[in-house]
Structures are given as structure tokens and as C-alpha cells.
Design a protein around this ligand. Structure first.
Ligand SMILES: *Cc1c(COP(=O)(O)O)cnc(C)c1O
Length: 359
């Protein structure tokens, strides 16, 4: 099989060794003569998987027993509502920084609960920057933000300062570099961008933030339900949790320091070429550029017909998933943890060839 350079925005590239191990577990798990997919989630073999996955998350982020780790379902999209439900306190209001499509959807769920205050937004310029210099009101119960804006290619490079409880959707940049996770009351992330396959959502929540909501919560949306049963209140998505556990082992082995350096090197290689190449320009404010999702478009005055030419050239070079999201257009190179630098170099080569042909 020819190697495909996988720049998919999500579900996305995972470490290749994980696929090997995961496919073996589907055929015969732990030498049981049974597939991972046909044993009880309450069997000791699967309970060990869940326990290890949770322990790895804590280890990688250096978290102690004051944090609970959960693997749930519903995607980050249900996390929008779950987080709002669980974090409401006396003010029954969350503060939201609206930095993109996902952040907007998160705010919408809080609005539905009757408690959304928009703290800041970058909607005025199609979300191409991270707002700075805004006031956070004191009558909010929590501040919610989206650490990486998958669609628009912006990313927080510093955790926002606030006295309020901090809640973050980290779906597309969790484990992308070292992070002091102790600053957060609640982190949630759909697995399928940087941590595993689609089908499970990671919640990292401070224990003393569980069961404190000022509003009644339906059973399945109450983090207490799941914390009390160690993510086994109902049947967990066993395959997604297992593969996430394998990826977490790889993250631990590689180390967040190294992962962060690799991601910085990839982003630097891409953006250097975007800035150098006369046919392209980046769409995000330079200081807010994401190291996960690099968005770029044809430069001003370049014939729009060249969009398809570039996509065709990428395809010929076995580069996959480079078409930009419809709300930005152009191109998006998603460079999640498992993407090797050589894939970015292959893309940069195509960008150079493209310029020499059409520039
Ligand atoms: C993909 C994505 C989501 C949506 O995740 P689902 O698991 O599909 O619900 C939410 N937030 C961010 C930042 C994302 O990248």
C-alpha cells in the first residue's frame, strides 16, 4: 500500500502501531479466545482497560486524586450541554468566549438552559483571531472556552485568566503539548481528533465540582452518575475506550514535551511555507495560529480556478484531507499528534511545485 499523508480534521490520523494492536484485540483479546467486542464490559479484562485509560490521563497531565476521569458518549456536542448543566451554581450563568463554530454551539446549549453570557467573540472577522482584553463579569459560575478552533485554525497559546471556574472544550488539541491541567475545573474532548477513534468523549473534572449544580440534571447528563460508577453506569463504548487507551500509552511513551516539540516543528514548517509562497496566505492572526489545524487560502489576486489544481496536485502526491472547511474555504492541514513531520514536508513540496508551475 502506498503511504497516504493523512491531514484529515477528524476523525483523524492515529499512531500506526495502534491499528495493529487494536485489530488483534478485535480478533482475540488478551488470549481469551474472544474478541474485545464480545466480552462483558464488567469483565476483569475490560475493567482493566478502563482503569488504565483513566490512570494514563491522570499520569500524562500530572493530576492527583482530586480529579475524576470519565470516558462517556455523546461526543463533544453533548459535552456542550453536559458541561453547562454540571457547572451551573448560584448565578445560573456561564461566561462564553465565542471563538468559532464549536464555541458558538457550546454557548447555544447554555442559552437553552437560560444562563449564557457572551464574554467575548471574534465573529466580527469570521473567527480569525482569539479575543483579548475583555472583561469577565463576576456574576458568572464558570468561564467556558474552546482551546483550539478546529475549523478556523486559531488556538489559545495561553490559558485565559479568570477567577471563575474554568471549563474547556479541548477536543482538537488535548495532549498536543505540556499543559497545567490543574487550572481547570472541567475539560472535555471528543476522542476522534487527537486521542482515539470516534465514539467516546473524555471528561476530566475536579471532584469537588461534581454534584454541585444549582439545577436538576437528567441522570445521563449528570457527571455524578458516571463518576459514582467509574464510567460504567451503562455500557461504555468499549472499542473506542480501548483504542484511546492504546493511544494514551503512546502519548505517555512519547511524552508531552516531545509531542509538543514535534507539533511546533510541523506547524513551523507549514506556516513558513504559507508565508513564503506567493500563491498562498494564512487566514488566522499570526499570533493565534493553531499548531493543530493550519488554514490557508489562495493569495489575493490568484485565479480561483487554481484551488482545484492544488487539490489535484495534493491528491497525486498521496496527500489526503487538505480541503478547507466550507466556512473558511481554501485549505486546511490538520497536523494532529500522530502526523509525522515528513507528511508536512510532502505538503510543502507540493506547495513549492505549485508555485513554480503557476506563480
Ligand atoms: C469536532 C469538535 C467538536 C464536535 O465533536 P463531536 O464529538 O462530533 O460532537 C466539538 N468541539 C471541537 C473543538 C471540535 O473540534
Amino acid at each position: 500500500m502506498t503511504k497516504v499523508h493523512n491531514f484529515s480534521a477528524g476523525p483523524s490520523i492515529l499512531p500506526q502501531e495502534v491499528f495493529q494492536e487494536a485489530s488483534e484485540a478485535v480478533k482475540d483479546f488478551n488470549g481469551l479466545g474472544l474478541s474485545l467486542l464480545e466480552i462483558s464490559h464488567r469483565s476483569k479484562d475490560f475493567v482493566a482497560v478502563m482503569d488504565e485509560a483513566c490512570a494514563l490521563v491522570k499520569e500524562i497531565y500530572n493530576l492527583g486524586d482530586d480529579y475524576e476521569v470519565l470516558f462517556l458518549q455523546g461526543g463533544a456536542s453533548l459535552g456542550f450541554l453536559t458541561s453547562a448543566y454540571n457547572m451551573m451554581r448560584e448565578h445560573k450563568k456561564g461566561g462564553y468566549i465565542v471563538t468559532g463554530a464549536w464555541a458558538k454551539k457550546a454557548a447555544k446549549e447554555a442559552k437553552w438552559l437560560g444562563g449564557m453570557h457572551e464574554v467575548a467573540s471574534s465573529a466580527d472577522t469570521n473567527f480569525n483571531y482569539i479575543p483579548k482584553g475583555y472583561d469577565v463579569p463576576s456574576d458568572i459560575d464558570f468561564l467556558h472556552y474552546t482551546s483550539n478552533n478546529t475549523i478556523f485554525g486559531t488556538q489559545y497559546h495561553e490559558v485565559p485568566k479568570t477567577d471563575a471556574a474554568l471549563v474547556c472544550d479541548m477536543s482538537s488539541d488535548i495532549f498536543c503539548r505540556p499543559l497545567d491541567a490543574k487550572q481547570f475545573d472541567l475539560i472535555y474532548a471528543g476522542a476522534q481528533k487527537n486521542m482515539g477513534p470516534a465514539g467516546t468523549t473524555l471528561y476530566i473534572v475536579k471532584k469537588d465540582a461534581i454534584g454541585k449544580s444549582s439545577i436538576d440534571i437528567p441522570t445521563m447528563l449528570d457527571l455524578k452518575t458516571h463518576a459514582d460508577k467509574e464510567s460504567m453506569f451503562n455500557t461504555p463504548p468499549v472499542f473506542a475506550v480501548y483504542v484511546s487507551m492504546l493511544v494514551l500509552r503512546w502519548i505517555k511513551k512519547t511524552g508531552l514535551q516531545t509531542i509538543g516539540q514535534n507539533n511546533a516543528a510541523k506547524a513551523n514548517a507549514l506556516y513558513s511555507e504559507v508565508d513564503r509562497n506567493s500563491l498562498f496566505k494564512g487566514t488566522a492572526a499570526v499570533e493565534d495560529r493553531s499548531i493543530m489545524n493550519g488554514c490557508f487560502v489562495l493569495n489575493d489576486g490568484v485565479d480561483e480556478a487554481l484551488n482545484q489544481q492544488f487539490l489535484d496536485m495534493c491528491k497525486d502526491a498521496n496527500i489526503s484531507g487538505i480541503k478547507g472547511h466550507r466556512s473558511v474555504g481554501g485549505f486546511r492541514a490538520s497536523m494532529y499528534n500522530a502526523l509525522p513531520l515528513e507528511s508536512v514536508e510532502a505538503l510543502v513540496d507540493v506547495m513549492k511545485t505549485f508555485e513554480s508551475k503557476f506563480g
